[in-house]
Design a binder for this molecule. Structure first.
Ligand SMILES: [Zn+2]
Ligand SMILES: [Zn+2]
Length: 290
């Protein structure tokens, strides 16, 4: 496993990605990775297929999830918390995820209504085709609006309609950080803060999340610049937490273009660190529930 690379942040069709879980694993093989984590938004539906494909293709698939969380700083901010090595089949864990999936469906209807009021009729047939087996997200709406030429590109959709504070914005039902961290730890998983820089997360917020049980931060991410990565690495060292990384690959977004999986270089050593952390969490959980 020495000198091998991994991608710890990959989405599939089961949330808002374009790859099926099997395609994601095949892509990982193609780009020479030894392990990936499937981290769909608020769902673990893609895991069985990915794990099966992983065992056939000799790619280690780390069961993961990416939870939407609201933090209260001076304003309310959305952050994402990744959970690695979760015991995803746990029925209580699944019950909690279902609540969030239901809320996403309701949110989709509210977005439809808001867009209608703006004079934009979304092609619902196309929307359900694009969502497929996934759970509703704003990216699905954005894709339909681009395909039906309401907007030129995905960024325009977010800037004009769906982004925070824009006329068709609808807030999401979100966990508190404490709930999300506990939810992951209770099923033996390792909670990691996703892409801190994209959400303008301050060192103070990271410190308070660490006090609540956060075990690491995603230092390497496709949207982090070199200097941001350096800064985050120092923060991780200061709080003695794990530095993880991933591309946040959503599959092939533009036809003919390669996917970004594997373009953020993350060494297999990180997986080893995560496993050590998981073993400690398991030990504490066993003591707690013994
Ligand atoms: Zn995210
Ligand atoms: Zn993500």
């Amino acid at each position: 496993m020495e000198n091998s690379y991994v991608d710890l942040h990959v989405h599939t069709k089961y949330s808002d990605g374009a790859f099926t879980p099997e395609e994601a694993v095949r892509y990982a093989k193609k780009v020479g990775l030894t392990a990936i984590s499937i981290t769909d938004h608020d769902t673990t539906e893609g895991l069985p297929e990915a794990i099966k494909a992983g065992s056939e293709l000799d790619i280690e698939v780390i069961p993961g999830v990416e939870l939407s969380v609201a933090v209260q700083t001076s304003i309310e901010q959305e952050i994402h918390i990744l959970g690695y090595f979760i015991n995803w089949e746990d029925s209580f864990f699944q019950k909690k995820l279902k609540i969030f999936q239901k809320a996403r469906e309701q949110r989709a209807n509210q977005i439809l209504e808001k867009l209608k009021k703006l004079g934009i009729i979304v092609d619902e047939k196309k929307l359900s085709e694009i969502v497929g087996v996934g759970v509703f997200g704003r990216l699905h709406f954005a894709k339909v609006l681009v395909e039906t030429q309401v907007a030129k590109n995905i960024n325009e959709v977010f800037n004009k309609y769906l982004g925070y504070g824009k006329p068709a914005y609808v807030p999401k039902l979100r966990l508190t950080p404490d709930e999300a961290i506990k939810m992951i730890i209770s099923v033996g998983g390792v909670p990691i803060l996703a892409h801190p820089h994209c959400n303008d997360i301050t060192q103070n917020t990271i410190e308070s999340l660490v006090k609540q049980g956060l075990k690491g931060i995603e230092v390497w991410h496709i949207k982090h610049t070199n200097s941001e990565t350096e800064k985050l690495k120092k923060i991780a060292e200061k709080f003695e937490i794990i530095s993880t990384g991933g591309s946040d690959c959503h599959g092939v977004m533009i036809k003919g273009m390669p996917a970004i999986m594997g373009t953020v270089k993350v060494s297999y050593e990180i997986v080893t660190e995560l496993k050590k952390c998981r073993d400690n969490i398991d030990k504490v959980n066993t003591q707690l529930f013994a």
